[in-house]
Write a protein that binds this ligand. Sequence first.
Ligand SMILES: Nc1ncnc2c1ncn2[C@@H]1O[C@H](COP(=O)(O)OP(=O)(O)OP(=O)(O)O)[C@@H](O)[C@H]1O
Ligand SMILES: [Mg+2]
Length: 812
Amino acid sequence: MSTSEEIVDLDPSVPADPTEVVPGELPILPLRETVLFPNSFMPLAVAREASVRLIDEAMSGSKMIGVFTQRDASVDDPQKDDLYGIGTASLVHKMFKLPDGSLRLIVQGLSRLTLEEIVQAQPYLRGRVSPALEVLDEGHRLEIDALQRNIKASFQQVVSLSPLLSDDLQTLAANIVEPGRLADFIASSLTTIAAPVKQEALEALDVRARLDALNRLLIKELEVLELGSKIQSQVQSEVGRNQREYFLREQLKAIQKELGEGDEQAKEIEELGQKIEAAGMPEAVRKEARRELDRLARMPVAAAEYTVSRTYMDWLVALPWQKRTEEIIDLPRTKDVLDEDHSGLEKAKDRILEYLAVRKLNPEVKGPILCFVGPPGVGKTSLARSVARSLGRKFVRVSLGGMRDEAEIRGHRRTYIGALPGQVIQGLRRAESRNPVFILDEIDKLGADFRGDPASALLEVLDPEQNATFRDHYLDVPFDLSEVLFITTANVLDPVPHALRDRMEVLEIPGYTEEEKLAIARDHLLEKQITNHGMTRAQLVITDEAIAAVIRGYTREAGVRNLEREISALCRKAARRRAEGDEASLMITPAVVAEMLGAPTFLDEEIEERTKDPGVAIGLAWTPAGGDVLFVEASRMQGAATLTLTGQLGDVMKESARAALSWFRAHAAAYGADPDFFKNAEIHVHVPSGAIPKDGPSAGVTIATVLASEITRRPVRGDIAMTGEVTLSGRVLPVGGIKEKVLAARRVGIREVILPRQNEKNVKEDLSEELRRDMTIHYVQTVDEVLLLALLPVPRTRTDRKTSRRVQATLQ
Ligand SMILES: Nc1ncnc2c1ncn2[C@@H]1O[C@H](COP(=O)(O)OP(=O)(O)OP(=O)(O)O)[C@@H](O)[C@H]1O
Ligand SMILES: [Mg+2]
């Protein structure tokens, strides 16, 4: 029997109330997997022998049969228990015989029946039946009306969404007034509902229950259909897009082929493939590169991704995975190279040679990272370059100054637009060697902000335990940095994070004396600058006196950078002369220097001018630029016992000023001053030299001296400079940076300094014999000793002051 259903117009010959004409006994036609409802037509296929016989006989009689659905469709010879208890009385309308003996018929459901019992089993079933009457509970009329309206609306939607239901059903349903019939019509129309569910609707004699069940069924059906149509439209748009892309790609390929570009891409891919094999990458990296290359080969050239992937491939193949320079650690040779490039710097050179000796004896040992610390222009960067040269290694330099973003060290992930590897990997690519000398310049100027801390990335780079598998964010494959010789430089160590400092072996390069500078200029700077300007040393001679004049009158620095700049200026002017036709060789003397560079600034004159009145003393300070002289000033006004301190002083410096004042108040009488001088005074101490912040206790003796000078009106000697911390009891304690401070004094032409006694050992260790011979150094333990050395008698006139200074000088 068939499961397909179809709606045919109702036959007008059907009796108004079919129950009246249904006899008490009927032939029973078992149905498989479908349910026939009253008031509906259904085509059926009949093949079972018993059923064919039944129809045959019915057609010759009243054409009325009872149709009952089988509980289990697989039963071939069903008995009463195999059939549902409620079925439908129906008329057989049309019948065709097919050649195989089976039948096709159209039946019309009339009314519900209850199967009471089977009265005949052969040749087909006959049963005693009774009408199953519908119950329409008028008490629930409102609810029934509402349900009916809902059902109609839902059914309209179901029909419009379902591709299997004809739109005519909407009109037909709309015209049915009677609720029970509406339910039957809809239940029989829904093709997707299983037979047992339909049977439930047939058995629901209470119309309200039937409507209610159907309502639920429709809502569920609607949800399923809506979901289905959503999926459908998604699938459609997906398919649409894929097809479109595919189509465009094909077109693009055709165009590229036409333009000969496709070949180019293929060539490019092949070349990259060869480069990958030639690069000597570690196996894991090679695999990754191959994978990326496959991706690249499948990408259209015009895609934005292609460029990204292409650039990445370029980076991968360009890195020196295997390339290295042969390292020869030949200590005498290294020493020669270092000496050749740099004068002096004996301590630093010795340390470098020791460091290299250890590496030579045990190449496995991971030594600390060298860090050159010193003021600007003392040759830190160039010394590192020289180390590279002496070892036959490549040299790269990266400046860390102002770096605030971790990504600058470690790169951006490839997902960023315009991403690149960090400076470390970039440096290695430039070096074209996996074992260069890599200088990380200005490590003290490293910053940090919300984008992550570059110092921690740097730590990973420098840590021998970790850097064999350094992973740049952009490359995303490990690169072995363990053969790189890292050297860092800094002006000061304080700002360098501790974790970094721990990894480094510090080599201090403190600054040069005038004589050392002269030697550097004579042996290196002149040669370099003269050849740079296209001349020979025969054509341009710069005398030692001229260089000394430049050092003294035109530069004031710990290093030699300005000196080099001034020498370059001299060469430039000489070159111009030659270019303008003066072919004669030129000798630059101090007089020519003055002519070429303008009038020098002579510091001794400036110093004399500044220190002529009481209340000014020369202090020595340590600065990142290598030590400097400070003119500390004090002045007393009418006021109420206040001490004002200016000049961007730090807390420690302010405290040391207070300590100095307290000490002098306690000892004022000994210096012939009124012990109550502070009562009605405001004392102002100023430490000039711009807006540079200053701190530390080492100005203590200088402040004590200016206070004593201001109160007693005794001037301070202008040819002596001092440093030292002062305690309340007037003791002088040792301070740091002795070499830089002495050099600073020497630089401005001051040859006498007052230092704490306990710093004597630093002088012996750090200052060259030459410098010590050149300077007069007074070691003191108390402020009294300082004042004895530094204060002049009260002058009566200007000349008198000069005389007293001369007298004092001869006394020394
Ligand atoms: N002892 C020296 N012998 C020869 N040349 C020197 C010496 N010291 C410095 N120089 C030269 O001085 C110039 C400046 O040196 P360099 O740039 O290395 O200084 P730096 O210490 O790195 O300074 P900064 O801290 O500003 O980076 C270079 O031309 C260098 O060759
Ligand atoms: Mg440098």
